[in-house]
Design a protein around this ligand. Structure first.
Ligand code: UDP
Ligand code: MG
Length: 329
C-alpha cells in the first residue's frame, strides 16, 4: 500500500491551520478506509518562519494526532516556493507519494482521491488545474492569464492554470531534488522532470480564513522570476531592438546628410534631445535586464543552502522521537 504525505507550506496561517488539518485528516481517513493509501499516511505542515502561533498549533496537532500530523519548522521565512521544496524533499524519504497543497483550503481537497487514482494508473506527476477563476478578483484573473501567455511566448513550458496543487511520486521528487538552482519556479520545473503526467480539474474556492500571503509585490516577483529563470528571450529581444534602432538611425543619418547638402536648415534640437533621452532610457533598460541575469548567476554560484530545517516532528513506523537537524535537506 502506498504511503501518502500531504505537504502544506504555512506562513502566518493560525486562522486556518486547524481547519486545514481537520479537512486533510478527513481526506486521509477516507482514503485509508477505501484502501487507497497506507494507514500511516500523514500531513506534513511546513512552518515557513511564521510570526504568529502557526508552529504552536502544528505542535498541538501533532500531539493530538501523532501519526496523521507531522511538522517541519524552518528557521526563518524563505517564501512559498522554498518552503514547499523543503517539505517535499523532507517528505520523500518518509513516503511513496506526495501531494502539495496550500494551507488556505482554496484548492479542492475532494480531488485528492482522483489524484491518487491517477497515480495508481501510473502517473508520476498529477497537476491540479483550476477550471475557472470565478473566486479571483478581476485583477488577479487578468494578470494571471497575461502571465501564462507571456510565459508561453517566452518559451517556458507551464501547465495552464496550475498552481502548486500537485501530486508527485517519490521518484519524481527524487529527480526534482537534483535540480540545484536557487531561483526556484516550481511550476516551470515540473515539466522538465518528465515521466507520465496527467491533470485533474477543480474549482478554486475562497480562502477558508485569513488573508492572502501573496501581495502584488510577491506575485510580480514570482512572475519575473518565472520568466528570467527559464528563458533568455529577453536578451534576444534587446538584441533585436538594438538592431532596429541602428537601422532607424542610419535612415535618420541619410536624411540629415540630404538636408545638409540641399541647403536646408539643420533640424532643431528637439529631435536631438528626444533621441538622447530615448537612447539613454533604452540603454538603461537593456543594462538593467542584462544585470538581472548577472545577478542570478551571482546568486547561483554562491550555492547557498536553500533552506534550513530546524526541527521535524514525525511519528513513523519505527521511530517516534523528534529529530533535530541543522542542515539542508
Ligand atoms: N506561504 C508560505 N510562505 C510565504 C508566503 C506564503 O509558505 O512567504 C504559503 C501560504 O501559507 C499558503 C501558500 O503559501 O499556504 C499560498 O499562499 P496564499 O494562499 O496566501 O497565496 P494566494 O492563494 O493568495 O496566491
Ligand atoms: Mg491562497
Amino acid at each position: 500500500m502506498d504511503k501518502l504525505a500531504i505537504v502544506v507550506p504555512c506562513y502566518n496561517e493560525e486562522e486556518v491551520l486547524k481547519l486545514a488539518s481537520e479537512a486533510l485528516r478527513d481526506v486521509l481517513a477516507d482514503l485509508v478506509q477505501k484502501g487507497k493509501i497506507a494507514g500511516d499516511s500523514f500531513i506534513l505542515f511546513v512552518n515557513d518562519g511564521s510570526k504568529d502561533r502557526t508552529w504552536e498549533l502544528i505542535e498541538e496537532e501533532h500531539a493530538a494526532y501523532p501519526v496523521q500530523v507531522s511538522g517541519v519548522k524552518l528557521a526563518g521565512n524563505v517564501g512559498h516556493q522554498f518552503a514547499l521544496t523543503a517539505g517535499l524533499i523532507t517528505a520523500k524519504d518518509m513516503c511513496d507519494v506526495t501531494i502539495s497543497i496550500d494551507a488556505d483550503l482554496q484548492d479542492d481537497v475532494a480531488v485528492i482521491e482522483e489524484m491518487i487514482d491517477k497515480f495508481h494508473e501510473g502517473n508520476d506527476i498529477v497537476y491540479g488545474v483550476r477550471r475557472e477563476r470565478k473566486t479571483d478578483t478581476f485583477f488577479k484573473r487578468t494578470t494571471a492569464q497575461a502571465f501564462y501567455r507571456l510565459m508561453g511566448l517566452m518559451g517556458v513550458k507551464t501547465v495552464y492554470n496550475h498552481a502548486d496543487f500537485r501530486l508527485m511520486s517519490r521518484r519524481a521528487v527524487e529527480e526534482f531534488s537534483k535540480y540545484r538552482e536557487t531561483n526556484l519556479f516550481l511550476r516551470g520545473m515540473m515539466p522538465l522532470i518528465g515521466y507520465q503526467t496527467d491533470n485533474v480539474y477543480y474549482d478554486r474556492k475562497e480562502r477558508a480564513a485569513g488573508e492572502s500571503k501573496y501581495p502584488l509585490k510577491k506575485m510580480l516577483a514570482l512572475a519575473f522570476n518565472g520568466i528570467s529563470s527559464f528563458s533568455v528571450k529577453p536578451i534576444s529581444l534587446i538584441l533585436g531592438l538594438g538592431l532596429l534602432i541602428i537601422f532607424c538611425s542610419v535612415l535618420a543619418l541619410i536624411y540629415a546628410l540630404l538636408s545638409y547638402f540641399t541647403g536646408h536648415v539643420v533640424p532643431g534640437w528637439t529631435s536631438l534631445i528626444l533621441s538622447i533621452w530615448f537612447l539613454g532610457g533604452l540603454q538603461l533598460l537593456a543594462i538593467g535586464l542584462v544585470g538581472q541575469y548577472i545577478g542570478k548567476i551571482y546568486i547561483e554560484v554562491k550555492q547557498r543552502p536553500r533552506y534550513n530545517i530546524e526541527k521535524i516532528l514525525h511519528k513513523g513506523n519505527n521511530s517516534d522521537e523528534e529529530r533535530t537537524t541543522a542542515d539542508e535537506e
